[in-house]
Design a protein around this ligand. Structure first.
Ligand code: IPE
Ligand code: IPE
Ligand code: MG
Length: 259
């Protein structure tokens, strides 16, 4: 039976989502905070502050409609090369957000996770992250994963190094390295691959995000700047996803035979 959920947008457009065909895992590249601020004559940092509000909106809306995994790009390895003052401001926004949003996570039964080179983050953030991850670990409605100091190429290299060590120690034979084995060495171990990737701000690139995991993900690009991204925009992206045919290399006919 088709199980529809009907959402009304602010301009009264009706978005109808099929509850049986929701993406299990949504990945987001939250881009456009700086341009959002600049368009309003504000400092870039205020764009990041408003980006946190957008994340709260989208994470709670995702949990509410039944998304199991939401993985968001919050800070890339390359972002360390931004002006010192911006990096510092981003870190302080992050530590404040972790403190402030603990109750949002607990209220919504969301467990927090982090991927990336967490050890490179300031100690205060590492401590705060560990605390929030531990305190929300029972949240079984949705996993919210923050990609922090994250680079997909670094993730793949790290996995390769760990794998090589295991081979060297004799724990693993090279001929037994399958996709499944390799995935166990990635930060995203145990998580399903994203079904849908959303990138905001009108940029059409992946920017070193989840390169392995996105192999068969449906891509959705929104012109909206991240701080302006609403839950209706999220529903719109999911509605578009539900119109796609995920063929995984097969033909349309093959897929229809099996239904
Ligand atoms: C995304 O917004 C947030 C981070 C990369 C930390 P940007 O800061 O990249 O905003 P734009 O792309 O300059 O507008
Ligand atoms: C990607 O955005 C990283 C995050 C959203 C955290 P960037 O703004 O850093 O990406 P580029 O530089 O436009 O590719
Ligand atoms: Mg950007």
């Amino acid at each position: 039976m088709v199980n529809k959920t009907v959402k009304k947008t602010s301009d009264s457009t009706i978005i109808s989502l099929d509850k049986n065909r929701l993406p299990r895992h949504i990945a987001i590249i939250m881009d456009g905070n700086g341009r959002w601020a600049r368009s309003k004559g504000l400092v870039r940092t205020l764009g990041h502050e408003n980006g946190v509000d957008a994340l709260r909106r989208i994470a709670t809306a995702s949990a509410e409609i039944g998304i199991e995994y939401l993985t968001v790009y919050a800070f890339s390895t390359e972002n360390w090369h931004r002006p010192k003052s911006e990096v510092k401001a981003l870190m302080s926004i992050l530590v404040r957000a972790l403190r402030k949003e603990l109750s949002t996570l607990l209220d919504n039964n969301i467990r927090l996770q982090a991927i990336g080179e967490i050890a490179l983050l300031p100690n205060e953030i590492q401590k705060q992250l560990r605390e929030v991850i531990q305190l929300t670990s029972e949240g079984d409605r949705m996993a919210l994963t923050l990609a922090l100091s994250y680079s997909s190429k670094e993730e793949i290299l790290r996995a390769t190094r760990l794998l090589a060590e295991d081979v060297q120690r004799g724990f693993l034979l090279p001929e037994n390295i399958t996709e499944e084995v390799f995935e166990n060495y990635l930060y995203t171990r145990g998580m399903p691959h994203p079904d849908l990737l959303i990138r905001t701000s009108g940029e059409y690139r992946i920017s070193n995000y989840l390169l392995w995991q996105l192999a068969y993900t449906e891509l959705y690009f929104s012109p909206k700047l991240w701080p302006d991204f609403t839950k209706e925009d999220l529903y719109q992206a999911i509605a578009e996803y539900q119109k796609r045919e995920r063929r995984f290399g097969l033909t349309s006919e093959q897929l229809n035979e099996n239904t």
